[in-house]
Design a protein around this ligand. Sequence first.
Ligand SMILES: O=C(O)C(=O)C[C@]1(C(=O)O)C=C[C@@H](O)C=C1
Length: 235
Amino acid sequence: MPTEVLLRPAIEADADALADVHLAARRAAERAGAMPPGAHPEHETRAWLAGRLAIDEVWVAEADGAVVGYARLTPTWLDDLYVVPAQAGRGIGTALLDLVKARRPSGFSLWVFEMNAPARAFYARHGLVELERTDGSANEERSPDVRVAWPGEDPLGFLRSQIDDVDAHLGDLLARRAALTSAVQDIKHDTTRDPDREREIAESIARRVPALGADRTARIVDVIIAESLDAASRG
Ligand SMILES: O=C(O)C(=O)C[C@]1(C(=O)O)C=C[C@@H](O)C=C1
């Protein structure tokens, strides 16, 4: 990092400068084909960022008295890391990321657009790992994204706690699914298994889990249905 770059906590008076950095960096990335168009008009982004400043931990990178980058963190997420395009390549992003690692030694996650190859390469170079991909239907820009994580000083503990979070959802889903299997049996005249229906279910799930593929997914679905039917039959 150039010696004249200072990292310091943001203050309320930085709000406009942070928004300038945010908007300039996003526009440059959009022009480079690395980000989708923003989902909000500029004034909304400015108001929203000013509001977040009162809630989140925000660090500013300053050079010659001007704000040239910032990082905004929640307890477990790095929500923003932006550097003005004119200062790119000077190590400011790395300095901010190193600071975030120090501030969140037990790890953190962030979302990066799948199309943002430069940012993904930057995070990979700095030891972050890609954990999860989405089709973009849950983000405002409707653009596929990737969850990237810094697993921190206890990577096994960090990843296990991520597994615990997912398993909590999986358990809730299994409970809902088993209850539905049971409810369907109560209204069916013929309760023999329906292989065509089960194949449809397995194929539809497999499309959402390309990493497992059709055969593995079919075996998993078979166990879920068989065990749910068994539980239902035992009341
Ligand atoms: O859809 C049905 O007919 C059901 O009985 C439900 C269900 C399932 O759990 O999805 C269970 C057994 C059948 O072989 C097919 C599907």
